[in-house]
Ligand binder design. Structure first.
Ligand SMILES: Cc1ncc(COP(=O)(O)O)c(C=O)c1O
Length: 391
């Protein structure tokens, strides 16, 4: 062979070695080499395990999907390029063979509201918002709109409401609808929605699962009923997670339970301290005995871990005072994300719920003096000291 040909082919096409690497490698190939056309035909026909094309499947994301399936006790998973892509895939899957109608929690991440109103509604899907913590209201909405899907967050963003996933799963089953649960805030350490009867559990893996602020990714973990549709739609739409991000997420997940335990413990201390500050008028935290969903939380979160998000309102504050307070933070990062090893604070009015009209925000209970804190793994004393000096 000439040097130009050798440069392209030599060294490639090695069969996988007999040894098993101790961590899953980053498989960058977009296509794969086969011993024969017969073998390729079997792999395309899904009669033999293998990979044909990276939009269909990739060894790095397949390993992560197996890991996430195991954490959530599902039947299978799809990893996506972002949490929003994962939510979109879950909704499309839920509605594939059902009525094009969604009953959604009225407490949701702002972009999820956007997905419902800017993407699903214009595509002909009827969307109705309801207080997911009021089962009678949910039953009434379901009876009226006969949805194909019920959508909720296990711990809502940013006011931390917790719905009764098991009872909502029953309602959705009776109505022939799929229950899709965004489990990003709670993580499978606190609650595993599929074990409680939900059909799909969705994550922004950008957050606690990857955990280091260096990955954008999402995942849908599903029951067996929806797995084929989910994967088939994904092969056509192509929202998949790349191999580098899959690798980083797998690396992150290895320490996720340890990080999460620490973050939950820190959040408890921070929430308690915030509750004692005269400049703080209200604290939202899931371990608070006065939380409106305290009974549900104690029933559904058996691990005695309550999450690591704390939201709070500053007394008599508006946009200017919140800006001054957040500009005063020295260690806590002012950032539009959550779940990383470092503590982060966000102003929902300006970022996560910016696109939502002030009226809609008011209905959601998101006031202009509310901030949201994602508590990190630092020493709790240092987090509290930073809040203290900024206050
Ligand atoms: C609860 C929740 N779900 C989904 C998303 C979307 O995730 P991503 O930013 O990875 O698309 C976010 C992002 O903040 C979120 O907070």
């Amino acid at each position: 062979m000439q040097i130009h040909t050798k440069a392209v082919h030599a060294g490639d096409r090695k069969k996988a070695p007999a040894h098993i690497p101790s961590t899953t490698p980053i498989h960058t190939a977009s296509s794969f080499f086969y011993e024969s056309m017969e073998q390729l035909d079997r792999i395309f026909g899904q009669e033999e395990q293998g990979y044909c094309y990276a939009r269909y499947d990739n060894p790095s994301s397949a390993a992560l999907e197996e890991l996430l399936t195991s954490l959530e006790n599902g039947a299978g998973a799809l990893t996506c390029a972002s949490g929003m892509a994962a939510l979109h895939m879950a909704l499309l899957t839920a509605l594939a063979d059902r009525r094009k109608s969604i009953v959604a929690a009225d407490a949701l991440y702002g972009a999820t509201v956007g997905l419902l109103m800017k993407v699903m509604e214009p595509a002909g899907v009827d969307v109705r918002f309801v207080n997911i913590c009021d089962l009678d209201a949910v039953r009434a909405a379901v009876a009226e709109s006969k949805p194909g899907c019920i959508l909720m967050e296990t711990i809502s963003n940013p006011l931390l409401r917790v719905g009764e996933v098991d009872k909502l799963a029953e309602i959705s089953r009776e109505a022939g609808a799929a229950l899709v649960v965004d489990n990003t805030f709670a993580t499978p350490l606190l609650i595993r929605p599929l074990e409680l009867g939900a059909h799909m559990s969705v994550h922004s893996v950008t957050k606690y699962l990857a955990g280091h602020g260096d990955v954008l990714g999402g995942a849908v973990i599903t029951d067996s009923e929806h797995l084929d549709t989910l994967r088939s739609l994904s092969r056509t739409i192509g929202p998949v997670l790349g191999p580098f991000e899959s690798y980083l997420t797998m690396r992150g997940v290895k320490t996720f339970p340890l990080r999460m335990e620490r973050q939950c413990a820190n959040a408890c201390r921070v929430a308690q301290w915030l509750g004692e500050q005269p400049k703080v008028s209200r604290v939202y935290y899931t371990a608070d005995p006065a939380h409106p969903d305290a009974a549900t939380i104690r029933r559904l979160f058996p691990s005695n871990l309550f999450g690591a998000m704390v939201s709070f309102e500053l007394k008599d504050a508006g946009r200017d005072e919140i800006f001054r307070f957040m500009d005063g933070l020295q260690m806590i990062v002012r950032a539009t994300s959550l779940g990383d090893v470092h503590s982060m604070m966000l102003y929902p009015r300006m970022s996560s719920h910016r696109e939502i009209s002030p009226k809609h925000r008011e209905r959601m209970g998101i006031r202009d003096n509310l901030v949201r804190l994602s508590v990190g793994i630092e020493a709790a004393e240092d987090i509290i000291a930073d809040l203290d000096q900024a206050l």
